[in-house]
Design a protein around this ligand. Structure first.
Ligand code: ACM
Length: 540
């Protein structure tokens, strides 16, 4: 027994000093311990790098100071002691977002070819440094080569059902950056409000941004109860620009979503003339789940298309992203069926049914966006009619919808409800905090492959460009609740989208989560779901 224990300890030790026993998340493509002296970082250490990355060098310096207390100088003329040296090398670095990090001989050398590569390297470096204040510390001698498995790695946030202060939006972007995501999908409009300032149609803000009450408790509770508090607001253009700049410095692209032609109750409240019943006084929704329950669609009137062209141009001028998300999901056909004007429009345009009308809205929006050199992302329902393949499909269904989109040669972002909806429960504990329904555990997020086997078998894997988790906030009134719902699932997702599939290992991930991330959540002051170990995938 005793010798068995000794062997176990020995094996553990060998592993501890070996190749892979690091705590880095997401796990790098290649990590090697070098048999060299560690690099000492202290107040003399300099950060040295090209002027084009000055903002990122500052970001590195500030991040290191927050974590370790050391305030390192940047590009000082005279160098003493160790250095963190950033180099650009477009030949050596042969993947987008890739970095090499080599720590030895009194230097930590980071080699990149783009801004995201550098931001990614910085996150790895932060994980190689101690998470405590000190006047001097050591970074082990290592060589890391790393790049992402998928080109699109996103997190969505619904700021309509509940809105969050600008400071939280920035914090959320910091969380994305740390986890080496590259896209923030900002869900800005829906039935329950408009959350972005629009100059061309001001009633979207004076009327559409405000609801008179909000549902209390769960959507399924009977009888339904409401508070009587006016709720709302919107991010000003200045704030939006601030978020875009904050994100850009950190390698994150912000993609706004303006959800049409369904999910438009706030729009038709502000401008009833865009609805199927222009004489109606609508109200911004105070409940959730409007699909087929309450009229929330745009009517295909000339004024509506003028509106769409104008706002999509305004949005395009504000956001530098190549893609604009136009929604397109859960568009009820009931209200178009019952509307003589919509029916006459369909006849005139030769649109065979309401699905074709829905696609007509999307293709018109795509045309307006193309005038501004933008392309469309839409939820998978945009495929209900025929659409040209420049549109990226964001699939919130399952493998079936992914295969359909891939067969039509659309690029696809996988955001399947199971397991990438982080508004679903992460336990069966009846005392767990309120969620919409479902059971998406951290394990299932980790183990899900965004390229389902059926897609690979159909040789359509190249059409899957990445994945994203969606954070619908009906039951998340505050940033702390958002944190509780995303952590640790977001951490699991980050590795699933970054690390080569063959290198994923749930047990090792759980070890690194405990060792590296739980202290980091605490350091951030972030809330997280603490019972993640107990609620495994199989515990139904
Ligand atoms: C969605 O969940 N309606 C995209």
């Amino acid at each position: 027994m005793r010798s068995y224990f000794t062997i176990l300890c020995f094996c553990y030790l060998v592993n501890a000093i070996g190749q892979n026993n690091h705590g880095i998340i997401p796990k790098p493509v290649s990590y090697q311990s070098l048999s060299k002296k560690a690099v000492t970082i202290n107040a003399q250490t300099q950060i040295i790098g090209p002027a084009q990355y000055l903002a990122q060098l500052h970001y590195l310096s500030v991040s290191l100071q927050n974590q370790t207390g050391l305030n390192l100088g940047i590009n000082a003329p005279k160098r003493q002691g160790s250095a963190i040296v950033v180099k650009q090398d477009n030949k050596l670095i042969d993947h987008a977002e890739m970095y090499l990090l080599e720590s030895k001989d009194n230097e930590i050398r980071i080699t990149v070819k783009d801004l995201r590569g550098l931001v990614n390297a910085i996150q790895t470096l932060l994980q190689l440094c101690p998470l405590q204040k000190s006047s001097s510390f050591e970074v082990a001698a290592v060589q890391i080569k790393d790049y992402p498995r998928f080109e699109y790695r996103g997190m969505h946030l619904d700021v309509v059902r509940h809105m969050f202060p600008l400071e939280f939006i920035k914090k959320y972007i910091d969380y994305l950056t740390f986890h080496k995501f590259n896209t923030f999908h900002w869900h800005l409009t829906d039935d329950q409000g408009w959350r972005i300032e629009i100059l061309s149609y001001p009633k979207l803000n004076t009327i559409g941004s405000w609801r008179n009450a909000t549902l209390i408790g769960h959507f399924k509770d009977t009888p339904a109860r409401y508070d009587s508090t006016r709720y709302g607001g919107f991010y000003t253009r200045k704030e939006v620009k601030e978020v875009i700049a904050y994100a850009a410095l950190r390698g994150i692209e912000v993609i706004p979503e303006i959800d049409i032609p369904g999910h438009s109750r706030a729009t038709i409240t502000a401008y009833p003339e865009f609805s199927t019943k222009p004489d109606t006084t609508w109200n911004v929704a105070t409940t959730w789940g409007m699909y087929n329950r309450q009229n929330n669609v745009l009517a295909p009137r000339p004024a509506t298309f003028t509106f769409l062209r104008t706002i999509f141009h305004e949005i395009s001028d504000l956001f530098p992203s190549k893609y604009i998300h136009v929604g397109g999901d859960e568009c009820s056909k009931l209200w178009w069926k019952a509307d003589p004007f919509s029916q006459a429009f369909m006849k005139e345009k030769g649109l065979k049914d309401e699905h074709a009308l829905q696609t007509y809205f999307i293709s018109q929006s795509a045309k307006f966006l193309k005038e501004k050199n933008k392309q469309v992302i839409g939820w998978h329902e945009i495929l209900e009619g025929e659409l040209d393949t420049s549109a990226i499909v964001m699939n919130w269904g399952g493998a079936k919808e992914g295969i359909e989109a891939g067969k039509l040669k659309h690029r696809v972002i996988m955001t399947p409800g199971k397991p990438y909806y982080f508004d679903h429960y992460q336990s069966h504990d009846p005392k767990d905090s309120l969620a919409i329904h479902g059971y998406n555990t951290m394990d299932s997020v980790y183990q899900y492959d965004p390229v389902p086997a059926a897609l690979r078998d159909a040789k359509l894997d190249q059409y899957i460009i990445g994945g994203q988790a969606n954070v619908w906030t009906e039951y998340m009134g505050y940033g702390t609740k958002v944190e509780y719902m995303i952590f640790p699932r977001m951490t699991a997702l980050s590795e699933s989208l970054w690390t080569p599939a063959a290198d994923k290992n749930l047990d090792d991930f759980r070890r690194r989560l405990k060792q590296n991330m739980l202290p980091r959540y605490d350091f951030w002051g972030a809330h997280y779901f603490k019972q993640w170990e107990q609620w495994t995938r199989d515990k139904q």
